[in-house]
Design a protein around this ligand. Structure first.
Ligand SMILES: [Zn+2]
Length: 485
């Protein structure tokens, strides 16, 4: 098998990769533990693709002369009618009480008779330590509106009529979140720190489809989806505490971002390390470590390298800043736009994996309950590229209940958490590697990012980008369960 044509960006990327792949130390492999999704461990670094390009595989499916990198389209712009959130909240790590009010303006592209808000703070993992969120009196257009809660993570605001597509709907939601204690998940508090991710009542709208009501997962994972929105979030905390969050701090305590599908907030006694990445525009990199539980400088270097590499492979990083918080009792990382949550000791493969999620999840979203492999498989691909671990992934054994099922929804993985990581993270990356030309895969992913930026992509969107790049990709991806029919 051989490769004939590659595009310019991956060649640049290959040069960058050569400088950054031989990194990292060996630690445990969380793939064999239960409740695993985000990899907490470093790669072995033992298998390095020094060119970052072609690693032949016995099952390589392509190598036809027509395989080539298409001209990249201009990156898609966010929906001008995207939702607008205004949030005012006060948080106290000492009590775990977070109270706020949010006003969200939503313009559906289909008629709606309800607004569905997901309350992920009531999901199984936060609930296991007594965390919960309750809504106060909800108003639509200034009038009280009835709210049903068919299950703990779903609030249904009844409009009492059908609102046509294109009509702006404004929902005011007061809420009170009580964070019960520490848990290896996205909402947690310990030792004066608060980790807040997926904590605001979130519009679960899939444009062109409707409300996304996938059940929550009990694993270290998510079944979330939300459209790209504008956010303005005001965070008030007790004296002496620091805040890092999604957005730019436009005034003390107020964070704004023009396009992001969710926000996260970390609160603690932070020591901050900073740097600037060129991705390719300047990106302010901040690592905030709570209470001296880790060394932030180690993360900064890894983030800068990952941001610059991924920007050269998949297109420009879309925001002016990238912020990582290190807070206690988190065994891996959890991604949010512009702001990633990680635990101590996760400077290995977790760090570039989470940076990769800024493209695969942050920029190109997906319905994570239905297609968890789209963001996890592609973030793992990017992780493998920069770590030089794709050959390792390609020879890794797959669990019987995951082999050929990489495309299964989160509901399938409920109760199969021990198989989830290898099946949904590693299997897609290994299948892409079997195409035999890693740089050309990067090209296909750059195409996918440009075409689907700011939207919720589906597998068909990725298939279109693969069709534009590879003569035959189905032979490699089909056995993983990642090709149509
Ligand atoms: Zn991930």
């Amino acid at each position: 098998m051989h490769r004939l044509t590659r595009c310019a960006a991956p060649l640049v990327a290959a040069a960058l990769l050569a400088a950054c792949a031989a990194d990292d130390g060996a630690t445990v492999d969380r793939a064999t533990t239960s409740a695993t999704t985000e990899p907490a461990a470093a790669s072995t670094g033992s298998t390095t693709s020094t060119t970052g390009t072609t690693v032949p595989s016995t099952t390589a499916a392509t190598a036809l002369a027509a395989d080539s990198c298409p001209a990249l389209p201009e990156r898609a712009a966010p929906d001008p009618d995207r939702p607008v959130y205004e949030v005012d909240m006060a948080a106290d790590p000492a009590t775990g009480v977070v109270e706020g009010t949010q006003v969200v303006r939503f313009v559906p592209d289909l008629p709606v008779d309800r607004v569905v808000l997901r309350l992920w703070a009531n999901g199984p993992r936060p609930a296991s330590v007594g965390t919960s969120i309750e809504l106060g009196a909800v108003a639509v257009g200034g009038r009280p509106a009835p709210v049903g809660q068919p299950d703990p993570t779903t609030a249904v605001v009844e409009l009492g009529r059908w609102a046509p597509a294109g009509e702006a709907i404004t929902v005011r939601v007061p809420w009170r979140l009580t964070v019960g204690g520490p848990v290896n998940d996205r909402i947690s508090r310990q030792d004066g720190s608060l980790r807040l991710g997926s904590f605001l009542p979130l519009l679960a709208w899939e444009p062109g489809v409707g409300w996304s009501v996938d059940p929550p997962t009990s694993g270290f994972a998510e079944s979330t989806s939300s459209p790209t929105a504008r956010w303005s979030v005001s965070v008030d905390v007790p004296e002496g505490l620091g805040v890092v969050a999604t957005g730019s701090e436009v005034a003390p305590g107020r964070w704004e971002v023009d396009a992001a599908r969710d926000v996260a907030v970390s609160i603690g006694r932070f020591t901050v390390s900073t740097a600037t990445a060129m991705a390719p525009e300047p990106v302010e990199v901040t690592v905030a470590v709570h209470d001296g539980i880790d060394d932030g400088a180690v993360y900064v270097d890894r983030i800068v390298t990952a941001l610059e590499s991924f920007a050269s492979w998949y297109g420009p990083y879309p925001w002016p800043a990238y912020r990582l918080s290190i807070t206690p009792d988190l065994s891996g990382g959890i991604e949010f736009p512009m702001h990633v949550l990680q635990g101590p000791g996760t400077s290995g493969r977790t760090t570039p994996h989470e940076v990769a999620h800024m493209w695969f999840y942050g920029l190109v979203g997906n319905v994570q309950g239905r297609d968890p492999w789209l963001d996890e498989g592609l973030a793992t691909w990017a992780e493998g590229r920069i770590e030089g671990t794709l050959p390792d992934m390609a020879v890794r054994s797959l669990p019987a209940d995951g082999d050929g099922r990489a495309g299964a929804p989160m509901t399938y993985w409920e109760g199969r958490s021990a198989s989830y990581y290898r099946s949904v993270y590693v299997q897609p990356a290994a299948a892409l590697h079997r195409l035999g030309d890693d740089a050309l895969v990067d090209c296909a992913l750059a195409h996918y990012v440009a075409e689907n930026a700011w939207s919720l992509a589906t597998p068909a969107d990725l298939w279109r980008s693969l069709d534009a790049t590879f003569v035959d990709w189905r032979t490699a991806l089909g056995p993983a369960g990642l090709a149509p029919g």
